[in-house]
Design a protein around this ligand. Structure first.
Ligand SMILES: Cc1ncc(COP(=O)(O)O)c(C=O)c1O
Length: 383
């Protein structure tokens, strides 16, 4: 009888497992301190105090002021808030983004373009997903009052955009700059006093916190109208009773992420380097999508592998991995589970006959897991 191995999780760009310490931190807020922070009695005041402590903690980790942090239900709401809010507040008539943004940006941009008669410029990207920065500069020169939404780290191919450079360009031309930083939040140091950005987004479940909670940073000099209208919570910036337990947990998760950020980065990069070399060694003909094979220019958490077509797998590689208890992904997680192909790989004009698997790592992965996955992959690729 063969023993089944423990399940292996290599889909951390979709979501990360919660850190035990984060879970411990949040549990008491379901039972005690359950008050509504908008209530004026002692239960409410206790909840308010907790909420403001969490806001302060997150602000200080990002080197900004608490008034610039607004809690949301996650990354999607933060991106939607930034885009709709900037358009409405500043009368934006032109948006610049890229075809490889997450749908949390692309779909709201497409909606606004259609409904509000706004012009859209999509930056050109080459076969590796590098964006045309000269085109960005030219577009901004022509139309200074634009909204630029460009992500920091790409969730599918790991490409890192130079957000300092983009922020400087936008500042020079007086354009609004939002960055979807969902994949880099807690994984890369960030100093909001030094970075001239107007808004960015964070989502707790991408840094070992719970799902359904996130935040948007909005620079105090560039306030935007809220997306969610309601009871005036978050100083009228986002209606809706705050998810106190989730927010507490997010603050703890971000603190843990930043406490050991450099050593986590080093550990995960070593795992990625090892995974890449083992795959190259054991499976002939592999390449890497986007810049994910370039260890200096991509997220240390993401390796997007392009496998040659094979008789054995016939487009079923992810399914075969799943049967072996290995969770990886073909691209971004999609709520319907539908596999429509990746808009990111399509934009890169990736060869449709190859099979693409995104392995995304966290500090909870091990070298032994990589050895096991590579053994399974090698088996699947044996003639
Ligand atoms: C780059 C990026 N932006 C936005 C989101 C959406 O975040 P959330 O799941 O918190 O709504 C994700 C999640 O996959 C993401 O990877």
């Amino acid at each position: 009888m063969t023993m089944k191995s423990a399940p292996i999780y290599f889909d951390n760009a979709a979501t990360t497992p919660m850190d035990e310490r984060v879970l411990e931190e949040m549990l008491p807020y379901f039972k005690n301190n359950f008050g509504n922070p908008s209530s004026v009695h002692s239960h409410g005041r206790n909840a308010r105090e907790t909420l403001e402590k969490a806001r302060k903690k997150i602000a200080s980790l990002l080197n900004t002021s608490p008034g610039e942090i607004i809690f949301t239900s996650g990354g999607t709401e933060a991106d939607n808030t930034a885009i709709c809010g900037a358009i409405e507040t500043y009368g934006i008539k032109h948006i610049i983004t890229s075809p490889i943004e997450h749908h949390a940006v692309l779909h709201v941009v497409e909606h606004e373009v259609k409904e509000k008669n706004i012009r859209l410029s999509l930056l050109e990207c080459d076969a590796e997903g590098n964006l045309n920065m000269d085109q960005l500069a030219l577009l901004l020169e022509k139309e200074p009052n634009s909204l630029v939404s460009l992500m920091h780290g790409n969730n599918e191919i790991g490409n890192l955009n130079d957000i300092e450079r983009i922020a400087a360009l936008c500042k020079q031309h007086g354009s609004y700059f939002h960055s979807d930083t969902v994949q880099t939040m807690g994984h890369y140091p960030i100093d909001l006093k030094a970075l001239p950005i107007h808004s960015l987004s964070g989502s707790a479940h991408k840094f070992h916190g719970p799902k359904g909670v996130g935040f948007i940073y909005i620079n105090k000099t560039k306030k935007i109208n809220p997306l969610m209208l309601g009871g005036g919570q978050e100083r009228n910036n986002r209606g809706g009773t705050e998810n106190i337990a989730g927010i507490i947990a997010m603050a703890k998760a971000l603190e843990l992420a930043f406490d050991d950020q450099a050593s986590h980065a080093e550990e995960i990069l070593q795992l990625k380097t090892y995974l890449k070399s083992q795959i190259e060694k054991n499976i002939p003909g592999v390449t890497f999508n986007g810049l994910s094979g370039n260890l200096d220019k991509s997220l240390y958490t993401v390796l997007n592998v392009s496998f040659p077509p094979s008789e054995n797998n016939q487009g079923m590689l992810l399914f075969h991995l799943d049967l072996e208890g290995i969770s990886a992904s073909g691209g971004s997680a999609c709520s319907s589970g539908a596999r429509l192909g990746s808009h990111v790989l399509n934009a890169l004009e990736a060869d449709p006959s190859r099979e693409n698997v995104r392995f995304s790592l966290s500090r909870f992965n091990t070298k032994a897991e990589i050895d096991h996955v590579v053994k399974i992959l090698a088996g699947l690729y044996q003639a």
